[in-house]
Design a protein around this ligand. Structure first.
Ligand code: FAD
Length: 391
């Protein structure tokens, strides 16, 4: 049994690990375009502002020796350039071709950068890989512009601020974190950002850059010119579907999979950020879980993926944020809310109930009740019990 896994991050590495658990004899090959040992991608934003992150024991997910111990052939710095689904082979960038009985696509996603040619400027970046993060960390700059004020954009802004840069955040939405916060929470959180020196432009759109080969300013559609010697795009990701599409595997927003992580082509699985299972989020934990399922099934096991509710978490500018469930997003729904607000100590807690049952909540500042909040939502607790979460 030959299992080939493409991509060695959350999904691919876990798939390899699980395939070995299921089959002691399978011939397992893991191919990674990146030359590094698999690493913890969510730590990359922190790494921009703190060069000790790479030295942490938890940053690299496995040591070189582990692959030999597990008898997993790890080909790094090598890209899979094509899949031949009839011959069951993949072509590699070093001109080799390897065959498979089962293939796992764990090729992830890439940063979305809508301005064509923007990344050709020497001081414009998007952070997806360790190499990207190292480049931003090494950039010598004074005035940064972060395009996109989502969770990753704010983490990036936080890291750049730590390095002593002046930071503008350009956000298209007219309020901070509209997916994670209700309007009152957005206003509260925006105040924290500005109190920490962030220059937040909400409802703003980039028109163009000034400078040739090197950006000197970012021009907004509303007419403002922001001096910049470092620009970081953080406006979301797009699943890597080109390799699958070229092989005739059904892809939409991502590579379409069922609960067994099977694609439209028998013997080919997909998992993690490149896969589309409903409208699940592109996050580390679901990628690990999907990798477990894909790896098990590719090696002859039988496993199914069950999606969970994933909270949004953020730790920036001396505060923390936790948002989970339905925080008033449905305009047709009738919500009851419970709230605790203390501007002086930076505490905002808001709970959303529907039909008398807790369905979502936001914690800003102190988040020690985060676990209890998630459990309360899962249990559908009522207002009297939920009150405890505000204390
Ligand atoms: C800066 C940053 C911060 C983040 N913070 C968080 C966070 O706080 N919490 C959270 O849950 N998630 C976070 N994420 C998202 C999380 O990292 C991803 O959801 C997760 O990495 C997805 O894992 P994956 O294995 O599906 O794909 P990826 O991690 O994208 O890995 C895919 C791998 O496949 C390789 N590859 C692609 N094509 C080929 C090919 N043709 N041949 C060979 N190799 C190939 C790529 O080079 C890459 O190494 C963050 C992401 C970034 C970039």
């Amino acid at each position: 049994m030959k299992v080939v896994i493409i991509g060695a991050s959350a999904a691919g590495l876990t798939a390899a690990q699980e395939a070995r658990k299921i089959s002691a004899t399978a011939d397992i090959t893991l191919v990674s375009e990146e030359k590094h040992l698999p690493y913890h991608r969510p730590s990359l934003t922190e790494l921009i502002g703190d060069d000790t992150v790479e030295k942490r024991a938890s940053f690299y997910l496995q040591k070189e020796a582990w692959f030999a111990e597990q008898r997993i052939a790890f080909l790094r710095g090598i890209k899979v350039t094509a899949i031949d689904r009839e011959k069951r082979t993949v072509a590699l960038s070093d001109d080799r071709t390897i065959s498979y009985d089962a293939l796992v696509l764990a090729v992830g996603a890439n940063s979305f950068v809508p301005m064509s040619g923007a990344l050709e400027n020497a001081n414009v970046f998007a952070v997806r890989t360790l190499d990207d993060a190292r480049k931003v960390a090494a950039a010598v700059a004074k005035n940064a512009v972060v395009i996109g004020g989502g969770l990753l954009g704010l983490e990036t802004a936080n890291a750049l601020k730590k390095k002593g840069l002046s930071v503008h955040i350009i956000e298209l939405a007219d309020r901070a974190l509209p997916m994670q916060l209700d309007p009152e929470g957005s206003t509260f959180f925006a105040k924290i950002l500005t109190a920490h020196g962030m220059q937040l432009r909400l409802g703003a759109q980039v028109d163009r850059f000034e400078g040739t080969g090197r950006v000197t300013a970012v021009l907004l559609k509303a007419g403002e010119t922001i001096p910049a010697d470092l620009v970081v795009f953080s406006i979301g990701v797009r699943a890597n579907i080109a390799l699958a599409q070229a092989a005739g595997i059904t892809a939409n927003r991502g590579i379409v999979v069922n609960e067994k992580m099977e694609t439209s082509v028998p013997g080919i699985y997909a998992c993690g950020d490149c896969a589309e299972f409903g409208r699940g989020p592109q996050l580390w934990m679901p990628a690990v879980k999907q990798g477990t399922v894909a790896g098990a099934n590719a090696a002859g096991g039988s496993s199914q993926f069950k999606p969970d509710e994933y909270p949004a978490m953020l730790k920036v500018f001396g505060t923390q944020l936790y948002s989970v469930g339905d925080v008033g997003r449905d305009p047709q729904a009738v919500y009851e809310t419970l709230r605790h607000l203390d501007e002086a100590t930076g505490q905002y807690r808001k709970l959303y109930l529907r039909g008398g049952r807790l369905v979502g909540g936001i914690l800003i500042g102190e988040v020690k009740k985060a676990g209890a909040l998630s459990k309360g939502i899962a249990a559908g607790i009522d207002a009297a019990v939920a009150e405890e979460l505000l204390k």
